[in-house]
Ligand binder design. Sequence first.
Ligand code: ZN
Length: 315
Amino acid sequence: MYDTENETRVPGETVGRKKLASRFNYSLPSNQIGECWGVSAHPNGESIVSEGVFEGKTLSDLWKNERHLFGDYADATFPLLIKVLDAADDLSVQVHPNDFQAQDLEGVPYGKTECWYVVEAEEGAELIIGHTAKSKRELSDHIENGKWDQLLSRQLVTKGDFIFVPSGTVHAIGKGIMILETQQSSDTTYRLYDFDRTDSMGETRELHLEKAITVTTIPQEPVIPEMTAQKVNKGYIKRLVKVSEFNVYHVQAKSGFELQAINRFRALTILTGKGRIGQLEVNAGDHLMLTRGTSYQVEGELEWIMSDVPFPTSI
Ligand code: ZN
């Protein structure tokens, strides 16, 4: 489900279903793949710089050897992973560990706190976020007895919604939803439920119930981040979430907007429009890495999701 040769600016070859193709102009290798790893230094799908002095280098290579581009981070591993995900069917119900659990259970550096900006949603589309169990016993009983309707909390979504999914949250993206996902650099997923679906061979997908139950937060209250909106010259900046793992912003910009320098890198995905950020020509679907300490003038009319990782990071 991932592209092994993503590029940081121009999307790679192996991405997309129909909406990814029509909206972001990603090419379509098959009908099955609906996930683009836009900015990634994860070994399961590395981004490669598409132009400039570092053209051809992987993001993890730059993180290792050119750390000054990013900021004063002590982490051995690049912390973020940005995806565009188009759910043509209900995705399986899953949960992710936090950093300590991921290190303990899997020997990997990061757990997975993630968040979703809804780029498109079909009428009536809903996702699963959270559960109703009040104790581990109740969670296990409901799972064992298949009481999924009772256990899983559902939420209707529309375009522009933002959902914060801390590690330990039971979740699933529903059919007809396309999201821009900002998450920790992790591929550790414990599957709780796959709607009892079977593949063409009659096989069900593996579940990871024991680990899933171990890492699930109980009880689970929805976490609604406090958003702030700031009107600036020629645009606005809305902060969607501010946590130790990442800050995520939704930005609308017109010609004359200035993206001011900060002391750390930023990852950026263009949602709509076309124009320029600094010298770079950009279009919807492009993923950019902005190096630390650089400011940029915007030309054209653009909407993007942007993220950065505060110091010190959680590791
Ligand atoms: Zn997830």
